[in-house]
Write a protein that binds this ligand. Sequence first.
Ligand SMILES: Nc1ncnc2c1ncn2[C@@H]1O[C@H](COP(=O)(O)OP(=O)(O)OP(=O)(O)O)[C@@H](O)[C@H]1O
Ligand code: SF4
Ligand SMILES: [Mg+2]
Length: 323
Amino acid sequence: MSDLLVGKDLKKSFPRGGKILKAVDGVSFTIRAGETLGLVGESGSGKSTLGRSILRLLEPDEGEIVFDGVDLRRLDGEALRAKRREMQIVFQDPLASLHPQMSIGEAIADPLVIHGVGTPAERREMVAELLDTVGIGREFISSFPHEFSGGQQQRIGIARALALRPRFIVCDEPVSALDVSIQAQIVALLLELKDKFGLSYLFIAHDLGVIKHVSDRIAVMYLGRIVQIAPRDELFRNPLHPYTKALISAVPKIPRDGRPTRRFETLKGEIPSSLDLPPGCRFHPRCPLAEPECRASEPELSEVAPGHWVACHLYPTRRRAVV
Ligand SMILES: Nc1ncnc2c1ncn2[C@@H]1O[C@H](COP(=O)(O)OP(=O)(O)OP(=O)(O)O)[C@@H](O)[C@H]1O
Ligand code: SF4
Ligand SMILES: [Mg+2]
């Protein structure tokens, strides 16, 4: 598979109370054509900031975003607009992208109008097809967002993201706000659309169950950095980083008798703030395996097996570079 999107050493900080909050602090990754990269991590780890920086909805402070061979940060004006059509986002709260006074047909047509695609009649037909595709049905084209359930609103948000026929979509917790029974339907829809339109996803979630289901590869983020990135099965088989192990052990297990139990093992304390990053390995205050070295120096991502990268002093460096 060829590389569709490459992020190189991306950084994004926010000023806060006279200090600098490093929300994304040197992140590099690759998403191949047709691939879903899952991005998991606790609240505040910088997942949304990374997703928005990739699309330049937020301007990164440093780093490169190479989409289809072109560095997006070097583009502006019409060239940037044209590339942006190919990259869209689906939000956790679908109402964030739906204006309450616009019919869902108008909302879905909006990106087409902005980009000057088609005549009004052609746009109406495109929107009708999109409504059919996401399982809403074209007969609801004149209805308003509040007339729909949360799951249906998310289908409408997805139709809007698809309108410009993107190649890449950031799915930022697209099912986190939905009832569990509805989550599976929306996940199934996203997977179906991926095949149908040849999409690639950055799929952000804090639910490892969802991430495991949808991802080809998984990146684990902690306080602004990727601490582990590996193919999906490899990550679950070999969750080498102590933070990844803790995340996995916190997932409820369903034993044979059907009664779920929760095991919260190693994760001590709250996630610290990106405002006051611990020195050395930023996970050391919560890590059950921390050594003196961990307070002194920050581990870099290193490749421990083909395609499997871990940032932790426990694992000997084979190759230090960043994918
Ligand atoms: N626009 C902003 N201005 C100031 N600080 C911000 C802004 N956006 C995010 N932050 C801060 O950056 C850090 C990372 O936030 P972000 O929303 O990217 O995390 P997240 O991993 O998506 O979390 P969640 O799981 O809660 O969505 C947080 O400390 C947050 O408070
Ligand atoms: S580098 Fe040290 S503190 Fe950080 S995760 Fe590895 S063992 Fe834990
Ligand atoms: Mg977020």
